[in-house]
Design a protein around this ligand. Structure first.
Ligand SMILES: Cc1cc2nc3c(=O)[nH]c(=O)nc-3n(C[C@H](O)[C@H](O)[C@H](O)COP(=O)(O)OP(=O)(O)OC[C@H]3O[C@@H](n4cnc5c(N)ncnc54)[C@H](O)[C@@H]3O)c2cc1C
Length: 416
């Protein structure tokens, strides 16, 4: 089973399994620093860019955008991103609210919205633009993984084998390599589903992101760039799991009516753009981030609630940290999977990710209900934080991803 067919072994310094937003970004970053990489995905790349594959848009924090700029991906999104200038958080019909304005902490926006299909296309464009682009094997399936003292070998279903110093699993929540390596996962599902849709609206959004807490969970209205002269926003409507299928099955008119009721009138007349999507929600956390020559990154290591729009941002920080550790090891002539480097990655990224997983879990439990004492406590909390500039500024800097032990490429420093 582990034996490659003769003459069908591919060698690389790093093999990345999973070419989603996290694996793709890592491939582009490593290619930029001359690390020979092979990328394997089970899906046909063109299928993942189609409009009906992933209708989500991601809020990319300022630090993530700086990293994507440093590795050449962001310039491909020049006309396909929308700066987030303000965030307004409100709770049901409560008069208390929290308002973040980027101008309170500087000139830069709080973050940027970009549609996932455009992010994937930008990654693909940057990979194509490299002098020595990574070899992409897709669609391809890994059937086995074996490690020796100096290499790790992946066997593919078609009989090829990939031999590398380090394998990165960026396979998302159901990571097969994590299971093959015997790394356990802790977690739970939320009784919620995220319904995702894109809307057009008569009035401009002015770069303001809205997070409106309803008893079933957060309802987010996120600014997108205009397209064909239509103002657009991306919606993430968190709904009780048992009701979501009913909403998703409504006619377009009835579905839009439900959205109009939740959005209110401030954007004027609304229209639906493109299909609706749904995502079951859950939290999961890997027991360890590395084992021998395997490391986990992105959702393969941590899957969190989208309440704060931070899942991809954590994944980008994993990628920036891993790139730094791999490139430093290469420059020093060390084994790319040297134990100190792997241990550093785990220490560095696991604590940061664990804190964010905890914060999103608590926020979701605190806000996704209509229990009167909790509602009163959180509304008073929102009102107090809104009137405390130092606390508010700190929370804004967290949302921008500019605090903490950031990798060099997120701090505007070079790796070479
Ligand atoms: C509704 C919603 C809204 C969100 N909004 C935001 C946001 O605004 N900001 C933010 O930061 N985050 C957000 N997130 C989180 C973010 O979308 C995820 O954290 C991110 O997409 C994870 O990317 P990934 O590459 O790690 O995993 P995935 O996107 O799951 O990609 C995994 C890739 O690996 C491939 N693969 C899987 N298994 C194998 C295998 N065995 N062999 C080969 N290939 C394999 C898959 O085909 C896929 O291409 C949101 C999440 C949801 C659900």
């Amino acid at each position: 089973m582990n034996k490659a067919l003769p003459g069908r072994e591919i060698t690389a310094e790093v093999a990345i399994v999973g070419a989603g937003l996290v694996g793709g970004t890592l491939a582009a970053a490593l290619a930029r620093f001359g690390v020979k990489t092979v990328v394997i995905d089970r899906l046909e790349p063109a299928a993942t860019i189609a409009a009906d594959f992933d209708g989500r848009a991601s809020a990319v924090a300022l630090s993530g955008q700086r990293f994507l700029s440093a590795i050449g991906i962001w310039p491909h999104l020049a006309t396909q991103n929308e700066p987030i200038r303000e965030i307004r958080v409100s709770d049901g019909s409560s008069p208390f609210f929290l308002h973040y304005d980027h101008a309170e902490v500087g000139d830069a926006p709080l973050g940027f919205m970009a549609e996932n299909r455009h992010l994937r296309a930008a990654i693909a464009a940057e990979l194509r633009a490299q002098d020595a682009p990574p070899l992409v094997l897709a669609p391809a399936a890994v059937t086995a993984m074996s490690q020796t003292a100096d290499a790790v070998t992946l066997t593919l279903a078609d009989g090829r084998a990939v031999r590398a110093s380090l394998v990165v699993s960026a396979e998302g929540r159901d990571a097969k390599l994590r299971t093959l390596a015997g790394i356990g996962v802790t977690g739970w599902t939320y009784p919620q589903v995220a319904i995702v849709a894109t809307i057009g609206h008569a009035r401009p959004h002015d770069g303001i992101a809205h997070e409106h807490f309803l008893p079933a969970g957060p309802f987010a209205i996120l600014p997108l760039p205009d397209e064909k002269n239509v103002h657009r926003s991306s919606l993430v409507w968190t709904e009780r799991a048992e009701l979501a299928a009913g909403y998703l099955a409504l006619s377009d008119d009835a579905f839009l009516g439900e959205i109009q009721e939740r959005v209110g009138g401030f954007l004027g007349d609304l229209s639906l753009i493109g299909p609706r999507f749904s995502h079951p929600l859950g939290l999961q956390f890997a027991a360890q981030y590395s084992k021998g020559r395997l490391v986990l990154a992105g959702d393969a290591a941590h899957g969190i609630h989208p309440i704060a729009g931070q899942g991809l941002n954590l994944g980008l920080r994993d990628v920036a940290a891993l790139t730094e550790i791999i490139v430093d090891a290469k420059q020093l002539g060390l084994d790319l999977a040297h134990p100190e480097g792997m241990a550093r990655y785990q220490r560095w990224r696991r604590s940061d990710n664990l804190i964010m997983a905890g914060v999103t879990d608590v926020l979701n439990r605190l806000f996704s209900n209509d229990v009167t004492p909790l509602r009163m406590a959180r509304d008073v909390g929102l009102g107090i934080v809104n009137k405390l500039p130092p606390v508010k500024k700190l929370l804004m800097r967290h949302a921008m991803g500019t605090v903490g032990d950031l990798p060099r490429l997120m701090r505007g420093e070079s790796l070479t």
